[in-house]
Design a protein around this ligand. Structure first.
Ligand SMILES: Nc1ncnc2c1ncn2[C@@H]1O[C@H](COP(=O)(O)OP(=O)(O)OP(=O)(O)O)[C@@H](O)[C@H]1O
Ligand SMILES: O=C(O)C1=C[C@@H](O)[C@@H](O)[C@H](O)C1
Ligand SMILES: [Mg+2]
Length: 164
C-alpha cells in the first residue's frame, strides 16, 4: 500500500501503526532520501533545489520495486511526473489521505524540517494546486482528520478489499 497526501496528512505516522497491524515493513521515502543522500531534507533543498530533491525522491521510490511493504511518500511526490508514472505502474493500492487545509496546517506549521512550509498563504496555495493531482493519482481517498486509529482502520479495510 502506498500512502500519498499533503504534508501533515499523517502518512509517516499511520504507516507505522499499519505496519504493526499488517506485519509489513514501512518504507518512508523522506527517510530513504536522507539515508541515500547522507544529507537532511533541508540541506538537499539548499544545495540542489527542489528539483534535486524530486530526482532523489524518484530514485528512492524506484528502489521500492515490488517489495511488499507500506510506503509513506513525501507530500510532494505527485508533483514530479516520473514519480507519478512509477506510482501508476506499481501494482498496489495508492491511497490519498485527505483533510482540509486548516487541519493540516495546524499539524505542520511549527515544524522546521519541511522547507516548503513557509507562510500560511504560500502553503495554502501549494495545497490548492495539489488537490487534484493527489486525487488523480489515487485509487482510494480517505479522510485523515480523524484519529490515527480511525485512519488506520480505514486503511486496513482498503487492504482487505484488494486482497480478495
Ligand atoms: N490522525 C492524526 N490526528 C492528529 N495528529 C496527527 C494525525 N496524523 C498525524 N498527526 C500529526 O501530524 C504531524 C505530521 O504527521 P506526519 O509527519 O505523519 O505527516 P506526513 O503526512 O508524513 O507529512 P510529510 O508529507 O511532511 O512527510 C505529526 O506531528 C503527527 O503526530
Ligand atoms: O510536500 C512536499 O513537497 C514535501 C513534503 C515532505 O514530506 C518532504 O518530502 C519535503 O519536505 C517536501
Ligand atoms: Mg512523512
Amino acid at each position: 500500500m502506498i500512502l500519498i497526501g499533503f504534508m501533515g496528512s499523517g502518512k509517516s505516522t499511520v504507516a507505522h501503526t499499519l505496519s504493526d497491524k499488517m506485519n509489513l515493513p514501512v518504507i518512508d521515502l523522506d527517510k530513504e532520501v536522507v539515508r541515500m543522500a547522507g544529507m537532511e531534507i533541508r540541506e538537499i533543498f539548499e544545495t540542489e533545489g527542489e528539483a534535486g530533491f524530486r530526482r532523489r525522491e524518484f530514485e528512492a521510490l524506484d528502489q521500492v520495486g515490488d517489495s511488499e511493504c507500506i510506503v509513506a511518500t513525501g507530500g510532494g511526490v505527485v508533483t514530479y511526473a516520473p514519480s507519478r508514472r512509477l506510482l501508476q505502474n506499481m501494482d498496489v493500492p495508492v491511497v490519498y489521505l485527505h483533510a482540509d487545509f486548516d487541519t493540516l496546517y495546524t499539524r505542520i506549521k511549527d515544524d522546521s524540517n519541511r522547507p516548503l512550509v513557509r507562510s500560511r498563504e504560500q502553503v495554502n496555495a501549494l495545497y490548492e494546486q495539489r488537490l487534484h493531482i493527489y486525487r488523480s493519482a489515487a485509487d482510494h481517498e480517505i479522510d485523515c482528520s480523524a484519529s490515527v486509529e480511525a485512519v488506520v482502520s480505514k486503511l486496513l479495510a482498503i487492504s482487505q478489499i484488494r486482497r480478495v
